[in-house]
Design a protein around this ligand. Structure first.
Ligand code: SAM
Length: 279
């Protein structure tokens, strides 16, 4: 073999070896990257279930940069949080009152329906300016806190307030019935109802009497399986406590944390259709 031919052969062997090494390196690197991606994917999926929604991201930004926090304590908020988690599905969540907790409730129920009912139209504008994704309606109450005792002692004499037949939509004869809410509030079966409004700390305020009565009627009218979870805040106050005992019932109280009571209210049965008491 001539010297030039030997050089040519050596050159070919060197070239093939180099290409082989580069190819093998690229192949191994791609395997490592694929398995890392799979690992990351499985961690992400197992930790979060699904990607955060824009509402949830907005909530993180808001609460990370705001000095103002919700009025309920962490342990009180956790009661509702645990129920939302345990449902394992997006829920229908009706909240009485707009406040510093609203973005939190809507984000904890991302993918579900969360609707807020607020008495003060100016406060609705203020809150929606910063959180336009929230769904809120203004509600006009026909009660005042100072009427609470009289309404409680007299409602049984008004047939339109009767536990056996009371309805809400258009029920203008029963003062405790929220009779002119938006249609979607009546047509939705609420899995959770949070009563943390309207204001109930001065005589001319609407008080929570109608919210509590109406939540009880909605829960008893439920047609789907399961119970309605009703959360009532400020149960250290006389009116909240008395109305809860009359309409939401001690026997349906499943948890009390701080100033929050949690009730599980089953749909009324054929037997209870003849009852003259809510409890
Ligand atoms: C007891 S607060 C509910 C507060 C709410 N849970 C929170 O954590 O912010 C009930 C009502 O007070 C009124 N309210 C609450 N914060 C307000 C504010 N900063 N300015 C004006 N009204 C407010 C609203 O009418 C609301 O429905």
């Amino acid at each position: 073999m001539q010297a030039s031919e030997r050089m040519k052969n050596r050159w070919s062997v060197w070239l093939l070896t180099t290409l082989g090494i580069i190819g093998a390196t690229l192949f191994i690197a791609s395997l490592i990257q694929t398995s890392e991606n799979n690992l990351l994917c499985s961690i992400t999926k197992s930790q979060f279930g699904r990607s955060p929604t824009s509402l949830q991201l907005r909530a993180i930004l808001h609460y990370a940069t705001s000095q103002i926090v919700p009025q309920q304590s962490l342990s009180e908020i956790s009661v509702t949080f645990d129920v939302l988690q345990a449902l394992h599905r997006p829920a229908n969540f009706l909240v009485f009152g707009l406040g510093h907790d609203s973005l939190m409730w809507a984000s904890l129920n991302a993918g579900g329906t969360t609707i807020f009912l607020e008495e003060d139209p100016k406060w609705v504008q203020t809150v929606l300016k910063d959180a336009p994704n929230l769904r809120a309606h203004t509600v006009q109450y026909r009660t005042q806190l100072r009427e609470a005792d009289q309404l409680l002692s007299s409602y049984r004499s008004e047939p339109a307030c009767s536990p056996a037949t009371a309805t809400l939509r258009g029920n203008d004869r029963c003062k405790l019935a929220l009779h002119n809410l938006p249609n979607e509030v009546y047509s939705t079966e609420w899995d959770l109802i949070m009563i943390d409004a309207p204001k109930g700390y001065f005589a001319e305020a609407p008080g929570r009497m109608a919210a509590i009565f109406s939540a009880a009627v909605m829960a008893r009218d439920r047609k789907s399986s399961g119970v309605t979870h009703v959360f009532l805040h400020d149960v250290d106050r006389k009116v909240e406590k008395a109305y809860a005992e009359e309409f939401l019932c001690r026997k349906q109280l499943v948890k009390g944390v701080g100033r929050l009571w949690h009730f599980e209210i089953p749909p009324r049965t054929n037997l209870s259709r003849h009852d003259d008491h809510f409890c």
